[in-house]
Design a protein around this ligand. Structure first.
Ligand code: SF4
Length: 373
């Protein structure tokens, strides 16, 4: 691994709209590039412009703490930061990849976020996160913390081929259980499942069974995207070597989609398998409102819940306008409660959506949401 020290002008990545997958308004990449080098990682795609050879070169933002402190400091800030989880992980490099052992940027960032009393959501594939259980526990006590692990399956043998440089799923599950024992909310991101390899009902069921055993608070599921260029070339070279018979099937589902999306039909098949199995194991498929209803602004709370509703309906093959309503609300620059009587004037909001929004504003919950989740 080659490490390059760089200085960053900014650290916090501000989302235009709250991210309802992670319930976060802000994210960050303390490292660019990832020595974990998972075969399917889309961080390797040209789209993200990660410098150097993905999997071998890692850039470290050595001044990240200094910059972040300025970004978080509320004094003199004209526009206040929006409340919500700050996301550590995802993006173009795991926050707990090996270089973290030396630089400890993630640990120091958690200390800073604890000092500023921000809720934190950590997503990783590395058991090194357990080193920071003390700070994460403190964050959880004063505000809230979520620790999530990502998996393409919970099968150790398959993982050794697809994710050769991360701890096996069995170890990741043990670490999740350790966080659960501390009373910290935990999530499984079963994402991405790999077409024709880890997307089988047996493997999905096995992952959910183990998530259920630990008592994770939610499982978020998704299929793989495969962008043409470096990501596809790298993944196909591995496939050519290990399971060449699958190549034609990949061509069939990905074609030359410019975003690397598989066909709707493929995603809908695996989503229904997942949703059916969730009923069996009583698994929640999105971060539950109890983990964020006391944290978000009223508009963000409504946006997240409407987007979740949109997801629940779409995986059942039903049409929904909740996503459009959520988008319209994200463009609103006043609190929803101040326009309570004219909600129907907002695009995408009809009678049913209006009722749901009013209920969320009043109770921070929705009976309809509970019936679908
Ligand atoms: S751990 Fe995440 S960011 Fe790192 S290579 Fe694997 S998928 Fe990519």
């Amino acid at each position: 691994m080659n490490v390059r020290e760089i200085t960053a002008k900014s650290v916090l990545i501000k989302h235009k709209k709250i991210d309802s997958w992670f319930v976060s308004r802000y994210g960050m990449n303390l490292y660019r590039g990832c020595a974990h080098n998972c075969a399917y990682c889309d961080g390797r795609s040209e789209r993200y412009q990660v410098e150097g050879v993905f999997g071998e070169d890692v850039s470290v933002k050595t001044n990240a703490l200094e910059v972040l402190r300025k970004e978080l400091k509320p004094i003199g800030r004209r526009v206040k930061l929006n409340p919500g989880y700050i996301m550590l992980g995802g993006g173009v490099g795991d926050s707990y990849q090996p270089v973290e052992e030396k630089y400890q940027l993630t640990r120091k960032t958690l200390q800073l976020l604890c000092e500023y009393r921000w809720p934190v959501h950590v997503l990783t594939k590395s058991t090194l996160v357990e080193r920071d259980i003390d700070i994460i526990e403190r964050i959880n006590q004063q505000n809230k913390a979520i620790v999530s692990f990502s998996f393409s399956s919970t099968n150790d043998e398959i993982s050794a081929v697809l994710e050769p440089h991360v701890p096996p799923p069995s170890e990741r599950l043990k670490t999740l259980a350790a966080f659960k024992r501390k009373g910290i909310a935990c999530g499984m991101f079963l994402l991405p499942v790999i077409p024709f390899i880890t997307d089988t009902p047996e493997l999905i069921s096995e992952a959910l069974r183990r998530a259920h055993e630990i008592g994770v608070d939610f499982v978020i599921f998704g299929g793989m995207t495969l962008k043409s260029g470096k990501q596809q070339e790298y993944f196909f070279s591995l496939l050519r070597h290990n399971q060449p018979e699958l190549l034609a099937r990949y061509e069939q589902i990905y074609g030359d989609n410019k975003w690397g999306q598989a066909t709707e039909e493929y995603y809908s098949t695996i989503n229904s398998i997942f949703s059916e199995l969730c009923k069996k194991y009583k698994i929640t498929r999105r971060i539950p409102p109890v983990l964020y209803s006391g944290i978000l602004s009223e508009n963000d709370l409504v946006i997240v819940m409407l987007e979740h509703l949109d997801y629940f309906l779409r995986v059942e093959g039903k049409r929904s306008s909740f996503g459009y309503a959520a988008y319209s609300i994200s463009k609103l620059n006043k609190p929803l409660s101040s326009v309570k009587n004219t909600l129907r004037e907002i695009r995408g909001i009809g009678e049913k959506t209006e009722k749901i929004i009013l209920e969320i504003l009043e109770t921070k919950n929705s009976a309809y949401y509970s019936s679908l989740s």
